[in-house]
Design a binder for this molecule. Structure first.
Ligand code: SAH
Length: 227
């Protein structure tokens, strides 16, 4: 029986060149962190999308993954990972919004351990299958609501929230180690900011928190409760 890899190789989608082109484009778009670029060139993105969309897997666009959700575009995954890493070492990372598990797999290349939380049960199952097929082992998935307290005793170097928050999810801040960073798309409430989300970095400093508001982005909303 033909494997997914086998079928796609016939149309050139698994060729090293296809992924190399994505990495070249990320460089042109300003991604500088070589560790992040190496991780993204190691993870086959077409595994994470439906077969009918595999031909577009390496385009720089989000794609539907079912349940009204999307796989984030490559630039967004690269940028958030670069901001979370900030040139340092990531022992443990918390991701809110697993979706199909693509960002999870990229983080798993870089961090010692990834803990990822998703509110839609069917997507937790899908991500689990995808990550198992790639033999990614240093990931723990949880069906839970990551906009609230997770009821866990964990300390992480970084939190990546991959759904747009209208307000800072303060319940998560206690999970950050000193110097740790939360990276998230946050809705802007100021002048004319209707519907505008910006990547925001919140860093734990000795005196409190430091906030940086960066690139304009477009994410599905962070919702509460389980589905
Ligand atoms: N990280 C994914 C992005 C998936 S889209 C990738 O690599 O492509 C964002 C995901 O966040 C969706 O699957 C959505 O169901 C999930 N989500 C939204 N609100 C959430 C919440 N409160 N807790 C956990 N997951 C949430």
């Amino acid at each position: 029986m033909a494997t997914l890899e086998g079928r796609l190789s016939g149309i050139g989608m698994t060729s090293v060149r296809t992924r190399t082109r994505m990495i070249e484009r990320l460089r042109e778009q300003g991604i500088r962190d070589e560790v992040v670029l190496a991780a993204m060139s190691a993870v086959p993105r077409h595994i994470f999308v439906d077969e009918a969309l595999a031909i577009r897997a390496y385009d720089d666009s989000p794609l539907p993954i079912g349940h009204g959700q999307t796989i984030s575009q490559p630039w967004v995954v690269a940028r958030m990972t670069e901001l979370a890493r900030n040139g340092g070492k990531l022992e443990r990372v918390l991701e809110i919004g697993t979706g199909c598990g693509y960002q999870t797999a990229v983080l798993a290349q870089i961090a010692g351990e990834v803990y990822s939380v998703e509110r839609i049960g069917a997507l937790v199952a899908k991500a689990r299958r995808n990550l198992q097929s790639l033999k990614v082992r240093n990931v723990r998935l949880k069906h839970g609501d990551g906009s609230a307290d997770l009821g866990e005793d964990i300390a992480v170097d970084a939190i990546i929230v991959t759904a747009a928050a209208t307000h800072l999810p303060t319940a998560l801040l206690k999970y950050l180690k000193p110097g740790g960073r939360m990276v998230l798309p946050l809705a802007q409430h100021d002048a004319g900011g209707e519907g505008v989300q910006r990547l925001t970095v919140l860093e734990v400093t000795p005196g409190g928190y430091r906030e940086q508001v960066l690139d304009a982005v477009r994410f599905v909303p962070l919702l509460s409760g389980l589905a």
